[in-house]
Write a protein that binds this ligand. Structure first.
Ligand code: GLA
Length: 384
């Protein structure tokens, strides 16, 4: 079954890179449940690149889990994940080698899909490094899509070719349930901002069945871990306010929510943020409608100021965002949200972060935003 709302979970890559092993995964699974992430809707525990030996088994041709990292093999890990009521994800690559130079699935798609099915894998992230040809993504992703469908197990296909080759035009034909529509994220405000803004022209390409994946969240990394390295992410440690902007954008945009921080030592404020019911309710809204930019501003280039999405039952999500470096304030007309003066409506606004309820004006809403900050509301139209 392809997903009808954006998949949610945790992935090893952002923090741990190649430093992964059974203990880390099992401890994270325990914490996952203990912290209430499962109750909040997070479901997939995904092991990214670097889990296997450098070469396939000479006799069987199968990829072999590195016994130094996963001494009891992957079926054991999968069983453990399942015993906690969660789902298990793994990683491979359409190319000859993965991005970190482990065996990829090129010309081994069907064998690997059967192996993953045998281990009890529920989700496969499928990368795009080391391809013999870089203009045939559609062809290679279709191979693995078929292999997974025919593997005898329901495995969510998570394609990851970084938004190349107009992937949104064909990815649904491969059976994928989500696909990366962006380059890799790093743990900096700049990286998050450029990913969020890059998705505005692609709002029409994400829908139930197959969601645009804006990459794993860096929320809560606070500069610790693999994608926080200074060479990619610069020196600045992201602030809590910046992570709020990131998490809220992923939710209002309707993206998959794959946590990427070390959940074993998650900051309590970050836990509150990523389990925020109002934001998760927006991300997971049953209708999964297309968001829209109600107002843009000219900063470096056109940037969104107000982004909205109609929700199931008549409410709407409303995000006021300031990606810039100066405080801003202003007013937005309700007409830009489809509510002209004549509608006789105004909005009752529930602040997603504080729970406070306020009323919009009769025809406008005012905002004041610090640099790199946002306000998010679940808004209910009410008779004015
Ligand atoms: C690519 C992907 C990342 C991660 C690494 C692993 O860069 O986009 O998300 O999976 O490969 O090597």
């Amino acid at each position: 079954m392809n997903p009808t709302t954006p998949p949610m979970g945790w992935n090893t890559w952002n923090t741990f890179g190649e430093n992964i092993d059974e203990r880390l995964v099992l401890e994270s699974v325990d914490k996952f449940v203990e912290l209430g992430l499962k109750d909040a809707g997070y479901e997939y525990v995904v092991i990214d690149d670097c889990w296997s030996l450098r070469e396939r088994d000479a006799k069987t041709g199968e990829i072999v889990p590195d016994p130094a990292k996963f001494p009891r093999g992957m079926k054991f890990v999968a069983d453990y994940v399942h015993s906690k009521g969660l789902k298990f994800g793994m990683y491979s690559c359409a190319g000859v080698r993965t991005c970190a130079d482990y065996p990829g699935s090129f010309e081994h798609e069907f064998l690997d899909a059967r192996t993953f099915a045998r281990w009890g894998v529920d989700f496969l992230k499928y990368d795009y490094c080391d391809m013999p040809f870089y203009d045939k993504a559609q062809f290679y992703y279709r191979r693995m899509g078929q292999a997974l469908r025919l593997s005898g197990r329901d495995i969510l296909f998570s394609a990851c070719n970084w938004g190349r080759e107009d992937v949104w035009r064909w990815i649904r034909s491969t059976g994928a349930g989500m696909y990366r529509s962006t380059p890799d994220i790093f743990d900096s405000f700049g990286s998050m901002r450029s990913i969020a803004i890059s998705q505005l022209p692609k709002f029409d390409t994400s829908a139930p069945g197959c969601f645009n994946d804006m990459d794993m969240l860096t929320v809560g990394m606070f500069k610790k871990g693999h994608v926080a390295a200074e060479k990619w992410a610069g020196k600045d440690v992201p602030t809590f306010e910046e992570y709020k902007v990131q998490f809220a954008a992923w939710c209002v945009w309707g993206a998959p929510l794959m946590l990427g921080c070390d959940i074993r030592s998650m900051d309590p404020e970050i836990l509150k943020l990523v389990t925020n019911r109002t934001l998760l309710g927006i991300d997971q809204d049953r209708l999964a409608l297309q968001p829209f930019v109600a107002e843009t501003v000219q900063l470096d280039k056109d940037e969104p100021r107000v982004v909205a999405r109609l929700l199931d039952g008549g409410d709407m999500a409303l995000m006021f965002v300031n990606f810039g470096e100066n405080e801003v304030s202003g007013r937005t007309h309700l007409d830009k949200l489809g509510l002209p003066y004549d509608s006789g409506m105004r909005l009752s606004l529930r602040d997603a972060f504080t729970g406070e309820v306020s009323q919009s004006g009769r025809d406008t809403i005012s905002y004041r935003l610090a640099p790199r900050s946002c306000e998010v509301f679940r808004a209910t139209p009410v008779v004015a």
